[in-house]
Design a protein around this ligand. Sequence first.
Ligand SMILES: Nc1ncnc2c1ncn2[C@@H]1O[C@H](COP(=O)(O)OP(=O)(O)OP(=O)(O)O)[C@@H](O)[C@H]1O
Ligand SMILES: [Mg+2]
Length: 474
Amino acid sequence: MSDLPTVLVIDDSPAVASALELLLSLHELRAVSVASPEEGLALIEREPVDLVIQDMNFTSDTTSGEEGRALFREIRQRRPDLPVVLLTAWTCLESAVELVKAGAADYLAKPWDDRRLVATVRNLVELGRARRELHELHEGEQRRREELMRRFDLRGMVVADPATERLVALACQVARSDVSVLITGPNGAGKERIAEIVQANSAVASGPFVTLDCGALPSELVEAELFGADQGAYTGATRAREGKFEAADGGTLFLDEIGNLSPAAQMKLLRVLETGRFQRLGSNREQRVQVRVISATNAELPVLIREGRFREDLYYRINVVELRVPALCERPRDILPLAEAFLPEGKRLGADAKAALRRHRWPGNVRELRNVMRRAGLLAAGEEIRADDLALEGGDEVARADAATRVGEVVRAGEAARPGSTARAGEPEGELDRASVEQALLRAGGVVSQAAVELGLSRQALYRRMERLGIGRP
Ligand SMILES: Nc1ncnc2c1ncn2[C@@H]1O[C@H](COP(=O)(O)OP(=O)(O)OP(=O)(O)O)[C@@H](O)[C@H]1O
Ligand SMILES: [Mg+2]
């Protein structure tokens, strides 16, 4: 019974009130009626009401509708979302229409049509419920997010989408324990940010935070970086050096792009993870460390395992908990808050720009968004950033085609001097890749990291591709 939606009827005519009560009760709606505006307002304060049907005149000698207008305003003030249906005589239609413009839900002329009245009430009640549920949902989310921010250090990370919130909550949860964490996800999605959150909320937060990008160096150097080397351990090792494991003792070591580790380095890493012991290259003195390892990769390690390129035992060692960072397009509610966060000072987003940001697929994820916002900040003439300033999609393609013509010449000119590369460039796919890489590099003025963003690749992935294609580092 109490689950039925409640309709409050405010009408001074007992005949109208009882007719409506009967009609509504026949359609699974609970009706409560009162005869005066004062009683109506008091009841709204007291009871949950889903909808109001109100008369426009209450004292028998008035027909101006003034009382109805005043009542409506009072209801609005108390309950801005409560739907109000006006019941009015034909002579009063004008003021009813005026109130609908001011936010009343609808009006019905007396004598009303039963079917239409019930349908109107039903629709409005449904709409109101849906709205309220959505509102409560958002409030719940908001509260959870605030709680998360209060309890943990989120390192300034923008958390708006529920998917991001789940990820961050899990990251904070596992941070306290000492388990090894593997962070996966596409380029530029925020893996490093998540690693920082795990570190900042861990028991060793005050210890060192050391990072090593396993993809940026040739494999011999990675081992020296990880474990250190004694003087003369390898060509060029002119003096002894401390490795990252030593530097991270008592703290956290973040191994980025771990999928790129050589088999030899994987084996040594496994050993230090299992025993806490290792040796510098060229030394046989064992060292012991206490290090929390966080790894990250945008590769599918299970695939690398199947291909024999990554050790399965190491995988299980580093992957006690996996934190999967979704691509930006899988958490659309982050897009605008992130854009706002990256907005240069004194600028704001126009409505068309917001729509364009929501539409874009973001292959380069958060990093691409950040760069788009920076560029737009420079391009926008006024305070407002317009869709054109973002240069997404359509506009971008024109620019690309334009650049392609220019770059084509540069590439052809360069190729004559590199006979080895012509053969590879003959493959249709290689050719395509090479062209877009060269174009991106040219547009980025040779800044590899910037070109990588544009291509939706990590810097390391771009370096690897350049190497494969025989494109020299600028
Ligand atoms: N939710 C976020 N809020 C604010 N900034 C973010 C967020 N996620 C990512 N960023 C920023 O976006 C950029 C890219 O993020 P990050 O370097 O963590 O990505 P990644 O997944 O490690 O990329 P890659 O695979 O290329 O190494 C960084 O500047 C980071 O600070
Ligand atoms: Mg990274």
